[in-house]
Design a binder for this molecule. Structure first.
Ligand code: EPZ
Length: 415
């Protein structure tokens, strides 16, 4: 599929934010920790979520998914993680924790890299080894020998989101108490902890340290996933970039502090009412630099969207990504639209630019959204190819954008 985007003068109206992809994926994986039925609500209907469903089914689970509600039941029967599903979904490494916690053994294909750069899992594996797991690598697979996990005191070298989620789940059914220090405190992990507590796991957090009291048998739970803060940020930045007045509903303003501060610094007016945020984009946008970091710092997933927004600013700005320093593959594509950007020593410098439409290719899901927004700012027509990336992480993105008045449509790529 390709996206056809034409210059749009402004976006107007309200948009409803879907459930968080990055909370739903670990929570669905945590359903492997029990054979009792779990009901997970506000699950976004995304490609990545459907791959996670395929994975859980492969491991013995039965899944019913309709109207954004996933009913997960059935016995965990296999700890084998097939390579083709790992290559489709990097977050599939999140099944390692629950599988080893329950079965004590498993065979997982090594994950691949991606457009964001190298994606090692050494922190995940270091934590699992500290809990007694041992594995050998054979033909691209990690084969874990049968060994019941036990509580351990773990200190991460880097607050990895995925490793924190994996070790929280690994310790959920393990004997004893596990402490995880220098862990990630992203809101999506807070949601996972709420779900694990609802299943009966004893979890407390102090700063960036978690203490988990495992239980051999966990119950099912009925849980509603939090709203997607990255999708909310995407629509706030779309309105600021294209211009106009947009209300973002069922957001969680408390999760968007860093973005709201930076948006206000550029001159955008933002008002808050309950779980709605309204953004009013001014004529003149001031240039503002960002450095991404761990929550609550500016999220790396919004830096491509910020880069497109700064093309409208009246002066030079810069972006540094401390989470994925190589997350600038989208720059060359934006340059094809006429973007004035220079990447030097992993810092992206951005100047005010007049964009004109042409063919561009998306390289990851957040860059895909950024390119579509750039296409709304460019003169003429922009065709965004490789839209499959977008469907991984944004539910009904084109429908939501068209409802706001964006001049966008999709069409099949002619062979
Ligand atoms: C999660 O990825 C998100 N994915 C990413 O969102 C997000 O960009 C990232 O966290 C940072 O916030 C999901 O939640 C499914 P990390 P994850 O482990 O868990 C290095 C999106 O757009 N690292 O915190 O992979 C790693 O190389 C996606 O929805 C190690 O060195 O993030 C990277 O530089 C993209 N060793 C940094 O840490 C490890 O064992 C961040 O990785 C693990 C990570």
């Amino acid at each position: 599929m390709l996206g056809l985007c034409r210059r749009t003068e402004k976006l107007e109206g309200a948009v409803q934010i879907s459930g968080s992809k990055n909370a739903a994926l670990p929570i669905l994986s945590a359903c492997l920790l029990t054979d009792e039925k779990c009901v997970i609500r506000n699950v976004p209907d995304l490609e990545d979520v459907r791959v996670m469903f395929a994975l859980l089914r492969k491991m013995g689970k039965t899944i019913k998914f309709e109207k954004n509600i996933a009913q997960v039941s059935g016995r965990l029967r296999s700890g084998v993680l097939p390579e083709k599903l790992v290559r489709k979904l990097r977050a599939s490494v999140l099944v390692m924790g629950p599988v080893l916690s329950r079965l004590g053994e498993g065979s997982f294909a090594l994950p691949g890299g991606c457009a964001l750069g190298e994606r090692p899992i050494d922190i995940h594996l270091g934590g699992l080894k500290a809990m007694g797991a041992s594995y050998s690598i054979l033909r691209g697979r990690m084969i874990f020998m049968r060994q019941a996990l036990r509580g351990a005191h773990i200190k991460f070298s880097f607050p990895s989101v995925g490793a924190t989620e994996n070790l929280l789940m690994a310790s959920s059914c393990a004997g004893g108490v596990t402490v995880i220090e220098n862990a990630s405190v992203e809101p999506e992990i807070g949601d996972l902890c709420l779900f694990l507590r609802a299943m009966g796991v004893g979890i407390t957090r102090k700063g960036s340290s978690y203490t988990v009291k495992g239980r051999a048998c966990l119950g099912g739970a009925d849980f509603t996933v939090m709203p997607d803060r990255i999708e909310a940020g995407t629509f706030l930045l779309a309105a600021a970039s294209v211009g106009g007045r947009v209300r973002v509903d069922s957001a969680r303003p408390a999760h968007l502090g860093a973005l709201l501060t930076k948006l206000r610094a550029t001159g955008v007016k933002i008002s808050k009412k309950g779980n709605s945020l309204t953004v009013n984009s001014p004529k003149i946008i001031k240039p503002v630099n960002i450095v991404t970091g761990h929550y609550p710092a500016f999220p790396t997933d919004l830096q491509p969207l910020w880069a497109v927004y700064m093309l409208r600013a009246s002066g030079r700005s810069s972006i540094k990504d401390k989470i994925f320093p190589a997350r600038f593959m989208y720059v060359d594509e934006l340059k094809r639209l006429g973007a004035s950007m220079v990447l030097k020593n992993a810092v992206l410098m951005i100047n005010k630019s007049r964009l004109s439409g042409t063919n561009i290719y998306a390289c990851d899901l957040r860059a895909a959204a950024a390119m579509i927004i750039a296409g709304l700012m460019a003169e003429g027509e922009t065709r965004v190819y490789e839209l499959r990336h977008l469907f991984r992480g944004y539910e009904n993105f084109f429908i939501k954008l068209r409802k706001l008045g964006a001049n966008v449509s999709m069409e099949k790529v002619k062979k």
